[in-house]
Design a protein around this ligand. Sequence first.
Ligand SMILES: [Mg+2]
Length: 321
Amino acid sequence: MKRLLTLLLLVSASGGGCGTQRWLLGTESDYLFIAADAITLPNQEVQLRARLQGGDALRPMAGQVVRFYRNDQLFKAAETDDDGVAIVSFTPDQAGDYRFRADVAPAGMPDEPPEPQELLVACRNIDSPMVVVDLDKTIVASGFGAVLIGDPDPMAGSVDVLERLARTYTILYLTHRPDYFSIKSKKWLKRHGYPPGPVLLSTLTGFFKGSGSYKTDALWDLRVKFEGLTIGIGDKISDAAAYHDNGLKAFLIVRIPDTDVHEPYEDLANDLRDLDNAVQVVTSWDQIAKALFDGTEFPRDRTERQLRETAQRLRTDKANR
Ligand SMILES: [Mg+2]
C-alpha cells in the first residue's frame, strides 16, 4: 500500500498533470490547498493551519497569503512559509464547533487560486464524551487502495450508528491516511451524510511510520487533554490495541475469510490471540449497534474460538478427501 501511494503521488507530482492529481486527491485545480481540522479545550490556543503546494512536483509554495474567515468575516491572515504552511492562532472561549474558511489571496498567484477549504475547530470540555473512529475498512467499505483510485462505498449501517452516537458523543475521525487526502476524505464524509466532527489525518512522515505507531501517538495526544474518550472503532489489530490500551471501549471490525482452505482462518485467529478479551470483535455495524445500544457482548475469544474450529474442520475435510 505504501508503495502504491508513493507511486501514485509521484505520478501525480511529476507531469501526470492536474488531471491525475484532481482524480487522485480530489482537488479542483493544479494546486493542493488543504486546511487542517483541530480539537481543543476552552481558552486554549489552537493553530489554524493551511498548506499550499503546486507545480510539477507539488512543491510547497512560500510567500503566499492565506486568509482565514469565520462567519464570512476575515479573522486573520498569514503568509505561507518554506513548507507552504500558513498558521494563525485562535482561542475559543467556550465549547462549541467553530468553522473557518481558508483561501489563498489571488495577489502573487500565477493563476486562479485553488478552491477555498473549510476547517473545523471542535472545542470541547475536558470530560466531553468522544468516539474515535477510523475510516478505511471501518466506515469506508474498502481499503485505502480503493480510496486512491476510486470512489468507495460506506460500510452498511455506519452512518446510522454514528448519527446515533453523535447525539451524545463528539465523533473524531482519526485516520492514518496522509493529509494529502484531506479534501477527498472530508468530501466523502459529507456526501454520505456522516455526522460532523474533526477529521484528523496523518502526515506523510506519520504515514510511513505505520498505522500502529501513528494511532498510538495520536491517541496519546488526545488523552493528555481529554478525559472523555470512550469508544474506539477500527479494523486493525493495532487500532484496537491502541484504543484498549488508552482505556477506550475498543471495537475491531474483522472480515471473516470466505474460503475452503484453513490458513486464513488460522491466521486471523492468531492475529486476535494477543488482544485483550474486552475488545469487541465484530463483523458489521449492526453488531456494533447491538453492543452499544442493547448490551450484547462480542468478546474477542469467541471469534477466535470459532475461527479455530472452522480451521480445524477444513483441515479434517482436506485430510479425508
Ligand atoms: Mg482502517
